[in-house]
Design a protein around this ligand. Structure first.
Ligand SMILES: *[C@@H]1O[C@H](CO)[C@@H](O)[C@H](O)[C@H]1NC(C)=O
Length: 237
């Protein structure tokens, strides 16, 4: 919190302090008014040291997962090998995503973070998608990736990112990674959510079950229904 001390400052300083305080106050109000929509934070803060998820407690439904009793928690609950193996990129996108989120690594429950590895063959793409619950930090550890996102004003921001470099994707925005190098590439992505969720544009629009009516997509994309049906045939919808 900013504490106002108008009598100890000059007029100009005091006005600056006041406008800063107003700004902070506005931000605080915005954050608390929309607490449940959370524009200012991602996952809620934990209420205890840890809460290793009991993924099998199917009769208890909470936002997240109930905790395993502490007496049953061991070091292995905080350790995972899920990201240690290269994914098989022999598929339509020539890429493979491996997730260390609360579902594959229950120790992440309530901690507000998770991590993926994305393997790319040359020309491979992690297709345009968005994460409803998280921003994403992309660290390229091998190769060269074109990484980009589109803002809600439809401005496309992108960079070619090389090994050791990072690029950040703001929460909820449509983005992709594309291997522009001649060799394999690898990216490690970090999320401020235990389960960021992913809306993968081609699958959501052309592979949903049941399918979105073709006339809707034809009108939306300004093409013949034949074109829509062709794309749908690639994604099984
Ligand atoms: C990703 O790689 C894993 C491990 O090789 C494999 O089991 C899985 O089928 C692959 N996924 C896709 C979509 O190719």
């Amino acid at each position: 919190m900013v504490i106002l001390q108008p009598h100890q400052t000059s007029n100009k300083q005091s006005m600056e302090t006041q406008s800063m305080a107003t700004h902070h106050l506005l931000l605080l109000l915005l954050c608390s008014a929309h607490f449940f929509l959370s524009p200012c934070r991602s996952d809620p803060d934990p209420l205890q040291d840890f809460c290793v998820a009991n993924l099998r407690a199917s009769d208890i439904t909470v936002d997240g997962f109930p905790c395993k009793p502490t007496s049953g928690v061991a070091a292995d609950d905080f350790f995972s090998t899920v990201l240690s193996k290269e994914g098989n990129t022999n598929n339509v996108f020539s890429s493979n995503l491996t997730s260390a989120n609360v579902l594959s690594f229950p120790g992440l429950n309530t901690l507000g973070l998770s991590m993926n590895r994305v393997d790319f063959a040359p020309g491979g793409v992690n297709p345009p998608h968005s994460h409803p619950r998280s921003a994403e930090l992309v660290l390229v550890t091998k190769g060269r990736l074109l990484v980009g996102f589109v803002s809600t004003s439809n401005v496309f921001y992108s960079r070619v990112v090389k090994a050791g470099e990072i690029f950040v994707i703001p929460r909820g925005l449509v983005h992709f990674q594309y291997n522009v190098g001649k060799k394999k590439a690898l990216a490690i992505t970090v999320f401020n959510s235990q389960l960021p969720g992913a809306v993968v544009a081609p699958l959501a629009l052309f592979g949903s079950k049941p399918a979105i009516p073709s006339e809707v997509l034809a009108k939306a994309f300004q093409v013949d229904q034949q074109v829509v049906k062709l794309i749908k045939s690639k994604f099984g919808s």
